[in-house]
Design a binder for this molecule. Structure first.
Ligand SMILES: *Cc1c(COP(=O)(O)O)cnc(C)c1O
Ligand SMILES: *[C@@H]1O[C@H](CO)[C@@H](O)[C@H](O)[C@H]1NC(C)=O
Ligand SMILES: *[C@@H]1O[C@H](CO)[C@@H](O)[C@H](O)[C@H]1NC(C)=O
Ligand SMILES: *[C@@H]1O[C@H](CO)[C@@H](O)[C@H](O)[C@H]1NC(C)=O
Ligand SMILES: *[C@@H]1O[C@H](CO)[C@@H](O)[C@H](O)[C@H]1NC(C)=O
Ligand SMILES: CC(=O)N[C@H]1CO[C@H](CO)[C@@H](O)[C@@H]1O
Ligand SMILES: CC(=O)N[C@H]1CO[C@H](CO)[C@@H](O)[C@@H]1O
Length: 826
């Protein structure tokens, strides 16, 4: 039994910094053939052994490029972009690396010669689930795109030992399982103990003649693990550096546990559980001390690293002259994606003022010019408001700095000067919220500490600018911008839907892979029957493949010519999975009331994780599975309707489900989804969208033409008007018989015969305190779904009738492809 070591497979291994690496990239087939020789003993090698062997062979091709890229950055010393995020939702790496390095065919071939199946090996890799949903996935997509653009970019985050939990459905309920993703080792990371850095917590502030000192602190070490981020076929390999917490070797040994060596070693966990687990909340602030520690941990370690790199850079400032920090903002950009890394602002101030002895005003200017802030959600419950008392204990020096910053921000030279006597405005704009429990408003801290503030879709940027940050906009209007989110076409088309990518490349070449606006060239083929048939054929193949997967997973018979109607995203009231449920029930009732009527067959698939502490979201999952249980086993229904809950939705499942979808559901209440990126992934894979005018859907509708999407329901203005009038769910319940029937069924236990009161909380919420106004859009939604049915006629299985007459049809799925380039990332 042999273990292929990376360097063994090299033509010319050389020793760099103690590690053997390839001098020249070695030919993949050749290294894989050596692998064949290696792995001849078939009786002992497990599929996992093959996966690791392949991963190592592929990784070999990264190493040389990685070193060269980093050396190139050192020589050229370009401006560095630092993307700080508490989440990087990377998913799997093997296939992405093969795609970006152009190795896929060679590997496929070699693996085939071994009598193995590449896809099977790929399935062995665990997802790197270091994120909750959209925000973490966006960070991962940005890394891919920045590497493809050849930008000197770094992702900085935490190497959680446990990522987002694995979701199991037991008896219809969500059950969480720890995600022990590192159990078998991670071939894609490289530990760098030599770059370990100290991070301080607790202690007290000492004002000395030489300046302010933060002393008597507890130290936790931050150990970096580097993961290569290859660009698409451009020889660039950037770095994602994730920090892992380590206790110092003298941890708790001197002071507390004199003589109790065993206790002291066991207590190392106290320090090391900082990087133990990802908080599984999406769009929700839970003020836990451990979370604050995580946030400071990543910021403190990263800033030390950034400053070290700045100081040792070729054209930077090597000598410790104070003024050299003037050029810092020209060399360093720190993007605060959401407020999670907001502590970068007071931390940079602390380093500049206390450690580097830069004077306060200069330091503030440098900080502002370096930082920029992205706001990712409008939901007030997501806003980070840390109790001052927690800061007092954990980060006393930072609290001082925040007070001082706030003082200067509000004082007579600034806000107070512009609005004399406007006490209310001062209160609204303060970083410190007064009240029983004084709190620090991290969004306000970010706004005053950044030179640019952006939302993630045009509609969202407008809301950010004109509602909560209105006062700040009045003060500095030029600061507010918008940057609509995007997705990487490598993972979300080339990797997950190679059939479609091939069909497109055949017509317009491969340029679209790095420049999606070239999809416009497909306009020449909208009437080309072969092209239309090829696109439909690929969709049908994807559907068959996904059906087989579902049948194996859930033991349900899927009708592959039914419409695949998919809503996959985190479970949230604002995303309105409940509206989808009401539609499913309505369809079910219609079939039951007239089984002989013709009916467009649908397979409704809903998937997503609920935050473990989010009761309503967990009830929603139970409702979906309960509806499925009734519908899927009803003989009247047969294969005309199925309701499937897709268990454990994650990046690798998205890669299977999205290419198979006919219909993409993006139905949040207008004004609540900041952008959404799931919507873009579906569109790029040729699914049609049913959605509200919310988030990036607005821009999608604008580019594709509203007639090419199924847009329904209230606009933001309508929601606001309804709020002013007062939303009364009862009104809709009384007026709409099908809605009433569905609600009555849910509340009477029709879907939960063993526990009739099971869904009491859901019905109560919908009827009496629904912040997201599900009933108000029910009628428009059902009607719009009717239009979807009309278009989806089962002529050739699984094709949209519209395909054959693109000019006259309202909804050619190809036209959604054509325009999807406009907001996708480079
Ligand atoms: C893209 C993606 C999301 C974000 O989906 P939205 O529909 O924008 O909320 C969440 N989870 C995973 C695994 C994703 O790939
Ligand atoms: C960290 O780990 C220790 C020891 O295992 C445990 O007792 C403690 O509760 C943990 N702390 C937090 C904040 O989770
Ligand atoms: C983003 O800005 C909005 C204001 O539009 C605010 O309500 C929200 O809390 C901010 N989000 C975060 C995470 O700070
Ligand atoms: C949004 O961004 C575009 C360019 O990216 C700009 O033209 C437009 O004015 C911006 N709108 C808002 C509301 O910021
Ligand atoms: C479709 O396009 C191909 C070239 O890509 C061409 O050979 C064929 O004739 C076209 N068919 C029609 C009907 O235009
Ligand atoms: C090293 C290299 O080839 N880098 C290129 C990667 O691709 C980007 C954009 O296509 C180029 O700008 C880089 O020069
Ligand atoms: C959504 C968003 O605004 N993301 C930003 C995150 O940081 C990168 C790198 O600095 C910016 O380019 C993005 O615009």
């Amino acid at each position: 039994r042999c273990r292929p070591v990376t360097s063994d497979l090299c033509e010319e291994p050389v020793r760099i910094q103690g590690a053997l690496v390839c001098k020249r990239g070695c030919d993949s087939l050749q290294s894989l053939k050596k692998l064949c020789v290696c792995l001849t003993d078939r009786n002992v090698a497990t599929p996992r052994d093959y996966y690791f062997a392949l991963a190592h062979a592929v990784r070999d091709h990264l190493v040389g490029r990685w070193i060269r890229t980093q050396q190139h950055y050192y020589e050229k010393d370009p401006k560095r972009i630092y993307y700080l995020s508490l989440e990087f939702y990377m998913g799997r790496t093997l296939q992405n690396t093969m795609v970006n390095l152009g190795l896929q065919n060679a590997c496929d071939e070699a693996i085939y010669q071994l009598g193995l199946d590449l896809e099977e090996l790929e399935e062995i890799e665990e997802d790197a689930g270091l994120g909750n949903g959209g925000l973490g996935r966006l960070a991962a997509c940005f890394l891919d795109s920045m590497a493809t653009l050849g930008l000197a970019a770094y992702g900085y985050g935490i190497r959680y030992e446990f990522g987002i939990f694995n979701q199991k459905i037991v008896d219809g309920w969500q059950v969480e399982e720890a995600d022990d993703w590192l159990r078998y080792g991670n071939p894609w990371e490289k530990a760098r103990p030599e770059y370990m850095l100290p991070v301080h917590f607790y202690g007290r502030v000492d004002h000395t003649p030489e300046g302010v000192k933060w002393i008597d602190t507890q130290v936790v070490l931050a150990m970096p693990y580097d993961t290569p981020v290859p660009g698409y076929k451009n020889n660039t390999v950037n770095t994602m550096r994730l920090w892992s917490a380590k206790a110092p070797n003298d941890f708790n040994l001197q002071e507390f546990n004199v003589g109790d060596y065993i206790e002291a070693v066991l207590d190392r966990n106290l320090a090391e559980n900082i990087s133990r687990v990802l908080y599984p909340n999406d769009n929700f602030f839970e003020g836990k001390e451990l979370r604050l520690k995580q946030e400071y941990f990543v910021v403190a370690a990263t800033l030390q690293d950034i400053i070290r790199r700045f100081k040792s850079s070729k054209f930077g400032c090597r000598d410790p002259v104070r003024t050299c920090f003037e050029t810092f903002p020209d060399k360093v950009a720190i993007q605060l994606n959401d407020t999670h890394p907001a502590l970068a602002i007071p931390e940079l101030m602390r380093i500049l003022v206390d450690v580097e002895k830069v004077d306060w005003d200069k330091a503030w200017e440098i900080t502002k010019r370096t930082c920029a802030y992205t706001n990712h959600t409008v939901l007030p419950e997501a806003l980070e408001r840390w109790p001052v008392s927690m800061f007092e204990k954990l980060l006393p020096r930072h609290l001082d700095i925040i007070y001082a910053l706030n003082q200067r921000h509000l004082d007579v030279r600034h806000v107070a000067a512009l609005y004399p006597g406007d006490i209310d405005r001062l209160r609204r704009m303060s970083v410190i919220e007064e009240g029983d429990c004084k709190r620090i408003n991290m969004a306000h801290l970010c706004v005053i500490g950044s030179h640019a503030v952006n939302g993630v879709a045009r509609i969202h940027s407008d809301i950010v600018k004109n509602s909560v940050f209105k006062d700040f906009r009045d003060l500095e209007p030029e600061k507010f911008q918008n940057k609509t989110n995007g997705i990487t076409p490598r993972r979300w088309l080339l990797l997950c839907n190679p059939g479609l990518a091939d069909v497109i490349a055949e017509k317009i070449g491969e340029g679209f892979i790095t420049d999606l606006s070239q999809l416009k060239k497909l306009l020449n083929f909208v009437n080309n029957e072969t092209f239309i048939r090829d696109v439909a054929k690929v969709k049908q193949e994807n559907k068959l493949k996904f059906s087989a997967y579902l049948e194996e997973q859930y033991k349900v018979k899927i009708n592959p010519s039914s419409m695949f109607d998919v809503q996959v995203k985190r479970i949230h009231e604002y995303k309105r999975q409940l509206l989808n449920c009401l539609h499913a029930i309505t369809l079910y009732n219609r079939i039951r009331s007239d089984p002989s009527k013709s009916f467009v067959p649908r397979t409704i698939m809903i998937g997503g994780k609920a935050a473990p502490g989010y009761h309503m979201a967990k009830m929603i999952i139970k409702l979906i599975t309960s509806i499925g249980e009734v519908v899927n086993s009803d003989p009247y229904v047969g294969d005309r309707l199925k309701v499937i809950f897709l268990e454990n939705y994650r990046v690798s499942l998205a890669e299977k489900a999205i290419p198979a979808a006919d219909l993409s559901q993006q139905i949040s209440t207008a004004g609540t989804e900041a952008s959404g990126t799931g919507n873009m992934k579906f569109m790029l894979n040729g699914a049609l969208t049913i959605g509200t005018m919310d988030g990036a859907n607005v821009e999608m509708a604008e580019e594709a033409g509203e007639e090419n999407l199924f847009i329904f329901g209230m606009r933001v203005e309508d929601v606001e008007a309804l709020d002013r009038r007062g939303y009364n769910a009862q009104e809709y319940y009384d007026r709409l018989p099908e809605l009433r029937q569905a609600i009555d069924q849910i509340s009477s236990g029709f879907f939960s015969p063993r526990d009739p009161g099971c869904f009491r909380d859901i019905v109560n919420m919908l009827m009496y305190h629904d912040r997201f106004k599900v009933f108000a859009d029910y009628e428009a939604y059902i009607k719009c779904q009717g239009q979807v049915d009309q278009l989806f006629v089962v002529r050739a299985p699984g094709t949209w009738e519209g395909h054959t007459s693109l000019q006259t049809s309202k909804l050619p799925s190809i036209s959604t492809l054509l325009t999807s380039g406009l907001w996708a990332l480079a």
